[in-house]
Design a protein around this ligand. Structure first.
Ligand SMILES: [Zn+2]
Length: 676
């Protein structure tokens, strides 16, 4: 899924069209600012310093942003809904029974601590009994049907070059730390993480009954397999090269070109019907897996598979397993000091397994229908503003502009919640079975659901790729759709009790951000129908690339931590989206307030309040470990740079705050990014 989301995003207020509400307050709270900071020196601190000081990191957080504060509220609402069901005995098979039952299982630590790792013992024994490479491949396929992935992944998603149809796809995978750098890089912080990982892997073997020497040997086997896969894996940056991650072939060609993997057993055990075409999205790591399966000693392959099962299960077994996994993944890798309370994890588990069912209840209770109407109007205003900005671009020919307008006018807009709800009748939650076994069932149910819905089928533009309670938004290039779930349509993102300056600076920029993804370095390669097809004249395309390079170079030079630079290529799409989002929302804001300009409120002009609202959205406190991790894997820039890196390229920001050449954030006009 090549979704572009806003990730940690933010605030929105009233719409321009609600003229009757003109005396709305500014929505600005000066306590959130740090008035002793200077806008031209550190706008991030100026707009959000007060909020950051008032919200220091608690032990459970590695990063705490405005976004997380809203998530806390959301989670409490969901908890109330779910716990109501968990305290009742609903009829077996009802949604209430499924939700309540799964939550009870997730909360029952007494039972899980008594069970230890018993729920996965039969899986581990099956691996122990493997006698040949052929049997090993069978076990890989069987585990994948239970939701345990190992050497690689597969799925079914839109065909990038024929977006009306879904296409089977094979993806790289198989490395638990998630990014090749963790296995290969030689800098001190990464080496420390790698050493801690080895200890963690070894520990899981000891905890499941191996003696120290056997656990040491098993760990070395795991590291051997994962490091080999990592060496051939694509970096996060390379994964953003759309054309380079598309290799469509017939099923026959797959069997011929990748003979080292038992594909037919894999698809058979996963219930995948016969199909004609498939894309091996990253061929090199898949070829490496073929070699690994043929060359690595069988015992090491078994150790690797064994680790995949235990590592995947840690959150579903006794507390000591969860603690081991928290200690490595959340503490060592991200910097969190303390695990989330059990109820938060339980709410998360229910959301993961039955998210749309919970979402339906959530919108019925918490989402006002009026929000949908206001959002539709806002989206329309933003669409109009983007159209105006496309017309204004002097570097673009009329021919390309015409195509851009067609794409803009074809946006498919989703707001709040889906029209039809997912059917969970095929999922059975049985409290006589372990929590682990029930979660495996949920995973199997979901996997079969998408196989039935997608393999050999046309794509479904009405399908929602986020649950309604999610606090986020996305653009999907293959459907040319923008989606704003109910979760994000509340303060501080969307605030009916504040004026347009506040709202356009927050949710307005979110909308503009998602729209701009249709025209970022990746989105611009897809046409209005969602096909990977070039619609640019060669000259315009050159111009566009030259302009995006200014953005890439600027972010490449940002020092996130001493000695650690940002990755301008990895974050290019998101930085373009922030840039476009700001320009488009500002234009829409000006259009909306043209007839009745907003005056100064609370000592700030409307233009200043627009940018202050934007800046506050990204206020956050983040631990150093988390900053290092995000710098490797996150296509979004760190919050500080979504403010201090984005605004210096927006002309209107200079005017609003009278930013001068002598200010540290000043960028000469000729060097500013100028795209949308
Ligand atoms: Zn984005």
């Amino acid at each position: 899924m090549r979704l572009k989301n806003i990730l940690t995003m933010i605030t929105f207020a009233a719409t321009a069209t609600m003229a009757a509400q003109s005396p709305l307050p500014s929505g600005l709270d000066k306590n959130n600012m740090n008035l002793s900071a200077k806008p031209g020196t550190d706008f991030f601190e100026y707009a959000g310093g007060g909020w950051m000081k008032a919200h220091p990191l608690t032990a459970e957080y590695a990063r705490y942003a405005q976004f997380d504060a809203l998530q806390e509220t959301n989670r409490k609402q969901l908890r109330e809904l779910i716990e109501t069901m968990a305290t009742q005995q609903a009829p077996q098979g009802s949604l209430q029974q499924k939700i309540g039952g799964l939550y009870r299982l997730a909360m029952d630590s007494v039972r899980r601590n008594a069970e230890g790792y018993a729920p996965i013992k039969n899986y581990l024994e099956a691996i122990g009994n493997i006698k040949s490479r052929k049997e090993l491949q069978y076990e890989v396929a069987r585990l994948s049907s239970k939701g345990v992935s190992s050497f690689f992944g597969f799925g079914c998603d839109a065909d990038l070059k024929d977006s009306r149809w879904n296409l089977m796809q094979i993806n790289q995978g198989g490395i638990a730390m998630g990014e090749r750098d963790y296995y290969l890089a030689d800098d001190e912080p990464t080496r420390k993480i790698r050493e801690a990982y080895k200890q963690y892997v070894k520990k899981l073997f000891v905890m499941t009954g191996k003696d120290d020497a056997a656990a040491q040997k098993a760990m070395e086997g795991v590291m051997n397999v994962e490091t080999r896969i990592a060496k051939e894996s694509y970096s996060m940056t390379k994964l953003r090269d759309v054309e380079g991650n598309y290799h469509k072939m017939t099923y026959g060609q797959l069997l011929n070109d990748f003979p080292g993997i038992d594909w037919s057993t894999l698809f058979l055990l996963n219930g995948v019907p016969a199909f004609e075409h498939i894309s091996v999205n990253q061929p090199e790591p898949i070829h490496e897996v073929e070699k690994i399966l043929a060359e690595v000693p069988l015992e090491d392959l078994k150790s690797y598979l064994y680790f995949c099962v235990v590592d995947d299960a840690t959150g579903l077994l006794s507390d000591d397993f969860r603690a081991a996994s928290f200690d490595f993944y959340s503490h060592t890798m991200s910097g969190a000091e303390q695990d989330r309370p059990r109820w938060k994890r339980a709410v998360g588990a229910v959301e993961g397994a039955l998210g749309m069912a919970v979402g339906k209840m959530y919108v019925e209770k918490y989402f006002p229908e009026s929000s949908k109407q206001r959002m539709l109007q806002l989206v329309k205003n933003l669409q109009e503003a983007l159209g105006q900005r496309i017309d204004k671009q002097e570097w673009m020919s009329d021919a390309t502009k015409k195509q851009a307008h067609e794409k803009l006018n074809s946006f498919y807009v989703k707001i709040g919640y889906p029209d039809t709800w997912m059917d969970y009748s095929g999922l059975v939650i049985d409290e006589k079975l372990s929590y682990y076994e029930n979660m495996a069932r949920a995973s199997q149910f979901m996997s079969r659901y998408y196989i039935d819905k997608r393999v050999n089928k046309q794509t479904d533009r009405t399908e929602w790729l986020m649950t309604p309670q999610t606090i986020n938004a996305y653009y999907n290039p293959t459907t040319n759709e923008i989606c704003f779930p109910a979760g994000i349509l509340q303060p501080p993102f969307f605030n009916a009790q504040a004026d347009d300056a506040c709202n356009y600076g927050a949710i307005g920029v979110v909308i503009g951000h998602e729209m701009t993804h249709g025209f970022d370095d990746q989105g611009s390669q897809f046409d209005k129908d969602g096909n990977l097809r070039n619609w640019w004249t060669p000259e315009d395309n050159e111009q566009f690339k030259a302009r995006t390079k200014v953005m890439k170079d600027f972010f490449d030079n940002i020092e996130v931590l001493p000695g650690m630079k940002a990755n301008g290529q990895l974050t290019l799409g998101e930085n373009i989206a922030d840039h476009g989002g700001l320009n488009i929302a500002y234009q829409a804001f000006k259009n909306a307030t043209k007839a009745q300009p907003l005056g100064k409120k609370d000592g700030f002009t409307p233009e200043q309040r627009f940018f202050l609202s934007y800046g506050l959205v990204w206020a956050n406190n983040t631990r150093e470990a988390m900053l290092r991790q995000l710098n490797k894997i996150d296509p979004h820039s760190a919050g500080r740079w979504r403010v201090n890196g984005a605004l210096p390229h927006i002309d209107a920001w200079y005017e609003a705050f009278n930013i001068k050449k002598s200010d540290p954030l000043f960028v000469p006009k000729k060097k500013r990014v100028n795209i949308w």
